[in-house]
Design a binder for this molecule. Structure first.
Ligand code: CP3
Length: 354
């Protein structure tokens, strides 16, 4: 049944998958492909099952989560599934009053701005997210050899939503706290690191075979500020899950100047957006790490030949890497033609078959 724990045989097949081999920088039968935001509004079957259910509500329904997570695996033949959830789910689970507004993103009712506000950020216990454990177990049972990627938001990106109260272009309240009250900021990030670590552990213990830490908005920082004010909290998260032996992926947007530090924070795989070619990214990250990326998601709106030319460029830049996981440089855009994604998976698999 769907609730069966993985058998030894299944675990071995998953361990030997192209995706996990690439993360470990081992030889692969083909370059593995998955897409950030692969499960979402680009798919008609997603819109159909989500109809009438709010985003956060759907994240707490294990059967729905399982179906949505499997949809892109069935349709595109991607090499990994990513757990359907959102970075604000663990915050909701500890009682923060927030919602995900369609077309806007996460909105926090009472922003976190003072020391007293920190008290609302209590530690996350596995019992707060039993629906996650249940969904991950179901998924791993259904996925066979296809690995499941668990994920969480990194402390900086979560802090930005909490301190701003919603999506932000300039992160002004967040930076005001970071520069103006470094101790409060450090304590906030430390609490978030604890919550994020606990949330990743729940997913790994239920059967996720890799994790991605999304620091989507950290590209807003200069390297010195990242190193001083953010890296210790992100490093704490990577350290907390280091004992499981599952690959740890780290990704942010506009992080060309931070790639080396993001690797140093403790990632095994560094995600790269489309602004830095992968050969240059490899120089910035240094040896001993795999890279993930990095075709511009907007390229998928161009004709097939243009998509393939761009994909070829990415593969050529990745030719000398120790390990490469093909992905977009950020999430799938909502109006992307799903057929273009399926064709891209086929193209990368064909071009790299060994
Ligand atoms: O397919 C997958 O990648 C798994 C599901 C997933 C979602 N959010 C579902 C979602 C993942 C991995 C995320 C992570 C996430 N959420 C990030 C990090 C990745 C990134 O994009 O940088 C961030 C910053 C968020 C916060 C967030 N949640 C934003 C900015 C939005 C978009 C708002 C909008 O509607 O345009 C969301 C909502 C969200 N998360 C949706 C989905 C499918 C859309 C809501 C809906 O379908 O109703």
């Amino acid at each position: 049944s769907a609730n069966d724990r993985p058998t030894g045989q299944q675990q071995t097949a998953t361990y030997d998958s192209a995706f996990l081999k690439a993360c470990r920088r081992e030889p692969v039968p083909h370059t593995p492909v998955w897409f950030m935001r692969q499960a979402g509004r680009s798919l008609p079957e997603y819109r159909k099952v989500r109809e009438g259910t709010a985003m956060l509500e759907s994240c707490m329904m294990p059967e729905l989560v399982t179906e949505i997570t499997l949809q892109p695996v069935r349709r595109h033949g991607v090499d990994a599934a990513i757990y359907f959830s959102d970075i604000v789910v663990p915050l909701k689970a500890i009682g923060i009053d927030l919602d995900i507004k369609p077309g806007v993103g996460p909105v926090v009712e009472k922003p976190v701005r003072t020391r007293a506000d920190l008290e609302r950020l209590r530690p996350l216990e596995p019992d707060d997210v039993t629906y996650v454990t249940e969904a991950v177990r179901m998924l791993v049972g259904e996925l066979g050899a296809t690995p499941l990627i668990g994920f969480a938001g990194a402390p900086f990106t979560l802090a930005s939503y909490l301190v701003e109260g919603g999506p932000s272009r300039n992160h002004e309240h967040t930076k005001a706290m970071m520069y103006g009250d470094p101790q409060l900021w450090a304590d906030l990030l430390d609490r978030l690191a604890g919550i994020t670590s606990a949330f990743l552990k729940v997913q790994i213990e239920a059967g996720a075979s890799a994790v991605q830490l999304f620091d989507s908005w950290v590209g807003a920082l200069a390297p010195a500020d990242y190193r001083r004010s953010v890296m210790p909290a992100s490093a704490k998260v990577f350290e907390a899950v280091s004992g499981y032996g599952v690959p740890r992926i780290h990704f942010g947007v506009g992080t060309g100047e931070l790639l080396g530090l993001m690797g140093e924070a403790g990632a095994d795989v560094v995600g790269v957006d489309w602004r830095v070619p992968l050969d240059e990214a490899a120089r910035r990250v240094g040896p001993g790490k795999a890279l993930q990326g990095n075709i511009d998601p907007a390229v998928l709106f161009a004709p097939r030949e243009a998509v393939e030319t761009k994909a070829r460029e990415v593969l050529d830049a990745a030719a000398g890497l120790e390990g490469h996981v093909f992905n977009l440089g950020h999430g799938v855009l909502p109006n992307t033609d799903p057929a273009a994604l399926t064709r891209l998976v086929e193209y990368v698999h064909e071009q790299t078959a060994r």
